[in-house]
Write a protein that binds this ligand. Sequence first.
Ligand SMILES: Cc1cc2nc3c(=O)[nH]c(=O)nc-3n(C[C@H](O)[C@H](O)[C@H](O)COP(=O)(O)OP(=O)(O)OC[C@H]3O[C@@H](n4cnc5c(N)ncnc54)[C@H](O)[C@@H]3O)c2cc1C
Length: 387
Amino acid sequence: MPARRSPWMNQELDDLRDLARTFSKKEIEPNIESFIKNKQVDRELWNKAGELGLLCISIPEEYGGGGGTFAHETVIMEEQAYVGDSSWGAALHSGIVAHYLLAYGTEAQKHEWLPKMAGGEVVGAIAMTEPGTGSDLQGIRTQAIREGEEYVVNGAKTFITNGVQADMVLVAVKTNPTEAAAGISLVIIPTDTEGFRRGRALDKIGMKGQDTCELFFEDIRVPAANLLGSEEGQGFIQLMSQLPQERLIVGVSCVAAMEACLDLTLDYVHSRTAFGRPIFGFQNTKFELAEIATEARVARSFVDECIELHVKGELDIPTAAMVKYWASERAGVVVDKCLQLFGGYGFMEEYPIARAFTDLRVSRIYAGTTEIMKEIIARTLRTPNGV
Ligand SMILES: Cc1cc2nc3c(=O)[nH]c(=O)nc-3n(C[C@H](O)[C@H](O)[C@H](O)COP(=O)(O)OP(=O)(O)OC[C@H]3O[C@@H](n4cnc5c(N)ncnc54)[C@H](O)[C@@H]3O)c2cc1C
């Protein structure tokens, strides 16, 4: 495919890409099988990334971060996707959890947690989903009830990325259980708090090396100062404001995965032969690959536009929903077409294309399902007269 450089790239980002590529090839790619076997990455991976400045790169330097932008986070995510890894939850740690702290945390909270997250000393997670509710966040039942200078937290969360390794979890709770959205707050819970318990790493059909688990809170007591921000009832607004970045992150990884799948497939169809010629020699293969390359290019253009908007602080909620919906749905189509060109080998777990097929399925579900993305987009649709 003709080489294409994203318009938001620059020399500094090229240098970062070299570093991130070397790190991904040296520290991640050779260990993917072992991450999958252990259902989690090696804990030291976080420290190694922290030493190189690859964690919290878009957090200001005064809080220990790299002082970069979302474009810097993107480069790191893309290089991880290009080696076919879905195990390491760094995008969630750096691109999501750290940004809640940056946007809403008090100065004390930012200084306490962000430098340790940037160094890899603390792994972060965010827990919204519960066994009884996911899409409908207003229905969460985990409670944090204020008693003097403490909150008493009770409840359970499920499907939490980085849940096994997390040292700190941002937990969505009801500080006022009689209210719906207005009763939600976010509370910082260190995982060494008495009464905090984790379930085992869940068995998933894809992303098998990522430590996704249940979390339980039984009469946990945390200082009232652990409320994210200084006012109760702000959680829903905080979540709605940060979810566009989370959804763009999913869009970025889906586009990078499409590009990686195209490269894997191109390699394969040139080396595998049937009926005396490479698989690439069949017109059907060329047509399929032409479609795949076009899908990846179109999705790349849209995600690049969204990255540029987001770096300028102009990515709105419906456009973020569009890129998440579009990139994840098209990635599903692309990986399925690619897998078909591998024949039976595409069905074997040790083939990266097979892993990409199962890994990508969740992109249409987490960070808000495709159906919820369409709801968000549809709410903004008006006739030219504004009806
Ligand atoms: C691997 C993995 C990692 C995850 N990581 C995290 C994490 O780190 N933190 C976290 O908090 N959560 C995490 N999640 C949870 C994820 O965000 C939820 O699974 C997702 O939001 C959907 O919620 P649900 O599973 O409860 O499905 P439900 O909300 O029960 O939805 C079931 C179906 O109903 C549809 N539906 C629901 N409401 C509507 C509607 N209004 N209109 C039309 N259709 C609708 C949905 O689209 C879906 O198809 C993770 C999930 C997975 C699988």
